[in-house]
Design a protein around this ligand. Structure first.
Ligand code: MN
Length: 723
């Protein structure tokens, strides 16, 4: 039995009916706050009340009461948790930025940055809409809420907000009521549990259960009422027996009998398929004592009073539970063999068990800094985390808290409300591949929160991301520089590899055809001759042979000789027509960095193993040695292709005058070119020599640019840099 399955029969002071809440006024709030806040802080809360009352003036809740009662009630929940003044101010203001004309700047001006951040954070959470029907998505949504929230107090205000909305749910339309109840059970109650806030969690569960399954709730409530009457006598008898022992031992302790709440009875019946009587027929007590020593002493006393059930003792003091819960648990054989469950713990442990993280905001004299309270709460979470690690049990809690403390993941919505989890730093491309590899392969742009954004944009938790695809679009090798997920990386590489092979086969065919000409074309080669060669070379087929040629691993001329085989062709003139190339054949064609060829330049292709054809300018020094070795290179020529851009290096000697560089840059930009790089080569008293690497569409474009540059008075000399 978990600590969560229990509720005290003693009223906790929490209001549950609408009438009581409506009667709760700001004077009541201030009175409550005066017990643990400074007078100036209470005054600030009152100021927030006046501010919110004015902002919500004229607004009403569904119940008909003035709207201000809602934020006031939320502040009350926070006050009952003994939260700091800033949280309580934020609780009162929590709906002002949402529902009224008040903006963030105004809240900053009136109440400071910290309060405004809290209110803004709550508004952000309000904007998140959980709409997915898939059960598994609830967990992601909870993580998303925690990931968006930098300040944990935002979550606490949001929980208090939800708690009050649940308490006043009765006035809603039935369908709306069910939706809110379901969301409460799936999202908010588990978050309260993660944060150790059991009192809040229990109430959310109870109210959610009642609203979602009203009939089951009623049947169970009646069964409990009936059974309770039968138990009364036994309960009294056990309580008396324990009290006698306490007095004999001279121990001061708070003893409360506990009764499971309806939701946990329901859950247990459903999960363990037990009948009501078996779940309910358990007597449970809690003993709260002064210190840890007394806890163990009490345990001995209890085991002395009634015989313990073997194997049911749990020491959660020595080994706390994952959410920080500490207590001793034991089960005893009571009168007539009735099982009695007993929890024993200290006041401090009891407070943590009820309030969890909120217990750490408890005001202590001389310690009013809310940032210190926040730090304390984080300490608690961290401590809980360490307990978790050293205890080595379920990693569930660890996973759910780390999004807050160690933000390593981000959570985004798809357009239909599903939530995807990705590593931090993920981009729109990662998102696209996470949706489906086809979506990744054809994506061209992204809409983030309905606004167009580049594919390289890093995503943040809470965003809605829509991927725009285009038929025929394909992955860009440049994406590899910014994707972070393995799936995106592997898919892009895989696609490019296939693409490269297709292009290599294509180029290989053209190279081989050219080498076979004019005697014959590849289609005219007898198939058995091709088959024989493929077999001899130990390849899987003609395509592999062509890909090998295209990638530069095999010389087309050698293959042609093996296939052509007609000796009398040896003397006939070879095909001298150059091979036509396009700049976009990027996978098997590359442009030498040494000479930066551009369209219009006389060029040659040099097959290079594994890289396909590398295109150099004919004048490049690096290919000079090949000039009289015709089997080492291939004549190529440009195919006109508008729009492509190529880098080219231009050397300019300019007078050392102010503004010279600016004029040069302006001319380059004016001609539609980008400057990719600038390097200063030489400088003396009167002139400087600079090499610009600029983008150009070809020789004509470059010539126009150089003509314009020459006209700049400061430019003394200009030339295209040689390889
Ligand atoms: Mn609200």
């Amino acid at each position: 039995m978990g600590e969560g399955a229990i509720t005290t029969t003693v009223p906790t002071g929490a209001a549950t009916d609408v009438e009581d809440l409506a009667r709760f006024r700001v004077s009541d709030l201030c009175e409550l706050l005066e017990t643990f806040l400074d007078p100036e802080q209470v005054a600030e809360v009152y100021k927030a009340y006046l501010f919110a009352a004015e902002a919500h003036e004229g607004q009403h809740r569904m119940s008909g009461e003035p709207y201000i009662f809602h934020p006031l009630a939320v502040a009350r929940v926070m006050a009952e948790m003994r939260m700091d003044a800033k949280s309580i101010v934020a609780a009162i203001l929590h709906d002002t930025m949402e529902d009224t004309h008040v903006d963030k700047a105004r809240v900053v001006a009136e109440f400071g940055e910290e309060v405004a951040e809290l209110v803004d954070g709550v508004s952000k959470l309000t904007h998140l809409k959980f709409q997915s029907k898939a059960e598994a998505q609830a967990e992601n949504f909870r993580k998303m809420m925690l990931a968006i929230t930098r300040d944990l107090r935002v979550i606490l205000v949001k929980l208090a907000d939800r708690l009050h909305n649940m308490r006043t749910l009765g006035v809603m339309r039935p369908d709306k009521r069910r939706r809110i109840a379901k969301e409460t059970l799936e999202i908010y109650a588990p978050i309260a549990q993660r944060l150790g806030m059991n009192a809040v969690r229990r109430e959310l569960e109870q109210l959610g259960f009642a609203a979602l399954y009203p009939r089951r709730y009623r049947v169970l409530a009646e069964a409990v009422a009936k059974a309770r009457g039968n138990r009364k006598e036994v309960l009294q008898k056990i309580e008396n027996a324990i009290n006698v022992r306490l007095q004999e031992a001279g121990v001061e302790a708070r003893l409360a009998s506990r009764e499971k709440n309806l939701h946990s009875i329901y859950k247990k019946m459903k999960q363990k398929r037990l009948p009501f009587a078996e779940v309910y027929d358990v007597f449970a007590f809690r003993l709260v004592v002064r210190d840890v020593d007394t806890c163990y002493r009490m345990l001995g006393l209890m085991h002395n009073l009634y015989k313990p059930v073997p194997g049911r003792f749990k020491d959660y003091i020595a080994i706390p539970k994952a959410n920080g819960y500490q207590s001793l648990h034991t089960v005893l054989f009571g009168p007539h063999g009735i099982p009695i469950e007993v929890q024993i713990r200290t006041e401090e442990m009891d407070r943590v068990a009820e309030s969890g993280i909120a217990a750490h905001w408890l005001y202590k004299a001389g310690d009013s800094e809310s940032s210190r309270a926040q730090a304390r709460a984080r300490e608690w979470l961290k401590g809980v985390l360490e307990i978790q690690q050293s205890a080595g049990n379920s990693i569930e809690f660890l996973e759910n808290v780390k999004v807050d403390l160690f933000p390593e993941e981000v959570y985004m919505f798809t357009p239909n409300g599903d939530i995807l989890e990705l590593p931090r730093g993920s981009t729109a491309v990662d998102f696209a591949y996470a949706v489906h590899s086809d979506v990744g392969n054809t994506c061209v742009a992204a809409k983030i929160d309905r606004r167009l954004a580049p594919l390289s944009t890093q995503l943040e938790s809470g965003q809605t991301v829509e991927i725009i695809t285009a038929p025929g679009a394909r992955p860009n090798p440049a994406w590899l520089a910014f994707v972070v997920t393995g799936k995106a990386r592997t898919s892009i590489r895989h696609y490019l590899k296939n693409l490269q092979r297709d292009e290599a086969v294509n180029l290989g065919r053209r190279l081989l055809d050219k080498a076979l000409a004019p005697a014959l074309t590849l289609d005219e080669v007898p198939p058995e001759r091709i088959e024989a060669l493929v077999k001899e070379l130990n390849l899987s087929g003609l395509d592999s042979l062509l890909a090998d040629i295209g990638l530069g691993n095999r010389m087309a001329q050698l293959v042609a000789r093996r296939l052509g085989a007609r000796e009398d062709d040896a003397g006939s003139p070879a095909d001298t027509r150059p091979l036509a190339i396009k700049g976009t054949e990027g996978m098997v064609l590359s442009f030498a960095k040494c000479c930066n060829p551009i369209p219009g330049d006389p060029v040659v292709g040099v097959p290079s193993a594994g890289r396909g054809l590398v295109i150099h300018r004919e004048a490049c020094r690096n290919v000079a040695e090949y000039r009289d070795k015709p089997d080492k290179w291939i004549a190529v020529e440009w195919t006109p292709e508008p729009g492509s851009e190529y880098p080219v290096a231009v050397r300019i000697q300019t007078a050392n005058k102010r503004g010279a560089l600016a004029s040069i840059a302006a001319v380059i930009a004016d001609l539609g070119s980008n400057i990719d790089n600038v390097s200063f080569d030489e400088r003396d008293g009167t002139s400087t020599t600079i090499t610009f690497t600029v983008s150009t569409q070809g020789r004509r474009h470059l010539a126009a640019m150089m003509r314009r540059l020459r006209r700049i008075p400061e430019v003394m000399k200009i030339s295209r840099a040689k390889g």
